[in-house]
Structure formats: C-alpha cells, structure tokens
Design a protein around this ligand. Structure first.
Ligand code: KQY
Length: 367
C-alpha cells in the first residue's frame, strides 16, 4: 500500500539528496500542447527523445505521456525507455513531479508540493493546472513510495541542494506573492527544513533575465558537488544579466554553506542572448489565458540548466559560439561523467530546458 503520510520527513529521518548522488532513474513528461510548443510540439518531441536517450546511457528513464500521446511517445522513444500513461497539463517534470527524499536505511519517499503553474491566476503561465498537480502523487504510486503532501506552492526548479543540508534558491521565485503570500522568508525556510532536512538556505536575488518561472534557481546557479557551484555569467555590462549574475556572485562569495564552507564558484558564460524568431512565433497556437509568445522575445537561455545523471551530464547546446567553452568547462567540473551535449533550442522555446523537464529518483541509500 502507498501511504499519504501526515508526519514530517525530517522527523522521520529523511533528507533530499543532491542530484549528483546515485539515481535509481529519471522521470520525464511528454510535450504536446500546441500553445506552448511550436508546430504541434513535433520539434520539441524530437528534442525530448534526445534528452531521454542521453540520460538512458547511464540510468533507467520513464516518460509519462497523456492518453492522447501515449502511442506516439511509445513509437518515438527507444524501447529501453519506459512509457507510462500520465495525464498532465504540460511537460515540466522538474516542477510538478515529486521531490524524492531518502533516509540512509534504504527508504525512499516523495514530497508532493502544491503546484500552481508558476503563479496561479496572478502571473501563472496557463490554466488549468489540475492534472500537473496530480503528477507527483501518481509517480509515487507507480514507484510504490510513500508520499508527504507539503503545505506550500513550490516547483522543483526553484531549489537546488547539496545533500549536506544546504539549499540554494532565489528571492524572485520563493518570495513571490503569487506562490505563498502568507509565508515569510523564515516561514519558507522552516518548511524547507521540515520537508527536505535543510539546515541553511542561501538566497540569491533575481533569476535569469526574462525567465518566465519567476527566476528559478536551476537556470541561474547549481551545485556541482558540496561547496562548489556553477553560475550563469556575462561580461557584457549592457546586458541586464550582468547585474543579476554579479549580485549572485557577491552573495555566494559572502555566504557559507550548512557545513561552514565557502563556495567555489565556476562561471559559465551564457549563450546569445537568444531571441524568439518570427518563424518560431508563428508556429505556436495563440490561446486565451496562455501567455503569448511574441517574435523578438528574449529566451532565458543558460548552460546551467544541465542535468546530472549516473555517469552522464546532459548539457543544453544552442548552436551558439559559447557552446564549446561551456561543454569544456562542464566536462572539467565532472571528471567522472560523460558530457552529452543535446541541441536544446526547441526546449528553450517552451520556456525551460533540460533540467526543467527531468526529475531524478534517487537510489535507496545504505540499504
Ligand atoms: O523552466 C521551467 N522550469 C518551466 C518553464 C515552464 C514554462 C511553461 N511554458
């Protein structure tokens, strides 16, 4: 029986492991909505297949697809990738999927956050989002893991942890009134402590320019290992990203983590800036209630949105002059893993990237 638990993960001995710890597998969702993905989502579907294939080099991958798209997803994805029917409103498993926690004694459980499509009726990206909000509980059922329903709105892309008690996030997102208007900074830190066993939250300010998630941390800065982070960067003073990245650098330089370490910060120069083309914009359906995608809009492109899997790092690339340097730097940061560059512009056009469409399920630890 899969239980919905009323206790707290931390008091039950559970913590959120880091992404770079061993995985049992990766969960994804299949893109289809034509008001977010151009040309009926066909180019995005090919990009998602490439991401799934890159990750499957190192661990099992499961892709959830709606009843309408199940047969197509099954046909397009290689046989080793498991496809399960899973209703959804869109394909951002990082944000609507579960955050898994482990107890070091072989136990794995799921934290199921409230999801409101990045802001609900005040700046959210679509309505309804009811099927997305059920995804975490359905994944927990499929995996037979007990689940905690957390009392706050939170997307997985808005947090990164080092597995040793430190959490990175942004004020732009977690303090945004369209997420948890009744909760103070201290109140949010308490929930992160209770549900993920976090001892120290490190707050950065705004996220990447024009990131429609309200500045998710997973596009700005991530852990490479405890005490070591990668930060998106630009040296162009005329770019609004310049002040954002420099502010993040200063905050990180002044901070210590839960173990008292100072951060080693590695800069990854951003691509572009990249913008939506006229042709790309024309391929996206206009729908009332969904944010329009206008030609010329800046895309929130960042190499930091990579995904760390067993033996593999899947890195978004954009056919951009900065791709090569980003791949080299990330390869140096992960000496024990193969860096797999994945052409990711089609994912970026939907508003996120590789990290946003994946969710790790940790391997049971200490079993
Ligand atoms: O980047 C993400 N974590 C999600 C982006 C959602 C975009 C919805 N159109």
């Amino acid at each position: 029986m899969v239980r919905k638990l009323e206790t707290l993960p931390r008091t039950d001995g559970y913590r959120m492991p880091a992404e770079f710890e061993p995985h049992a597998g990766t969960w994804m969702l299949w893109p289809e909505r034509p008001d977010n993905w151009r040309l009926g989502a066909k180019p995005a579907q090919h990009a998602f297949v490439a991401v799934a294939q890159a990750i499957a080099r190192g661990e099992p991958v499961t892709v959830g697809a709606s009843p309408r798209q199940f047969a197509n997803a099954r046909a397009m994805l290689p046989p080793p990738i498991r496809v399960v029917e899973l209703s959804n409103n869109d394909s951002w498993m990082r944000d609507c999927g579960p955050t898994f926690v482990v107890d070091g004694k072989g136990g794995v459980r799921a934290v199921d956050w409230v999801f409101n499509a990045w802001g609900g009726l005040e700046g959210g990206l679509y309505f309804p989002w009811d099927q997305d909000d059920l995804v975490a509980s359905k994944v927990a059922e499929v995996e037979r893991v007990d689940r905690y329903r957390a009392p706050i709105v939170l997307e997985g892309g808005s947090i990164h942890v080092d597995g040793e008690g430190t959490l990175l996030t942004t004020e732009e997102c977690l303090l945004n009134p369209n997420r948890n208007p009744g909760l103070s900074r201290a109140g949010i830190e308490q929930v992160l402590a209770d549900y993920l066993a976090i001892e120290k939250t490190v707050w950065l300010g705004p996220g990447v320019v024009d990131d429609e998630t309200s500045g998710h941390i997973d596009n700005l800065c991530c852990f490479v290992r405890p005490g070591v982070v990668a930060l998106t960067w630009t040296d162009d003073k005329a770019d609004p990203q310049y002040d954002i990245s420099h502010d993040a650098f200063e905050r990180l330089s002044a901070a210590t983590d839960a173990r008292g370490r100072r951060f080693e910060i590695h800069k990854l120069h951003q691509p572009g800036p990249l913008h939506l083309t006229e042709e790309e914009s024309r391929g996206i359906d206009a729908v009332e209630g969904t944010q329009p995608r206008l030609a010329g809009a800046r895309l929130a492109a960042s190499y930091v949105n990579f995904y760390i899997a067993n033996g593999v790092v899947a890195v978004p690339v954009f056919d951009d002059p900065h791709d090569g340097e980003a791949i080299e730097r990330i390869a140096r940061l992960f000496p024990g893993r193969t860096v797999v560059p994945v052409p990711a512009r089609e994912i970026l056009l939907g508003g996120g990237n590789i990290h946003c469409i994946t969710q790790q399920q940790p391997a049971p630890r200490g079993a």
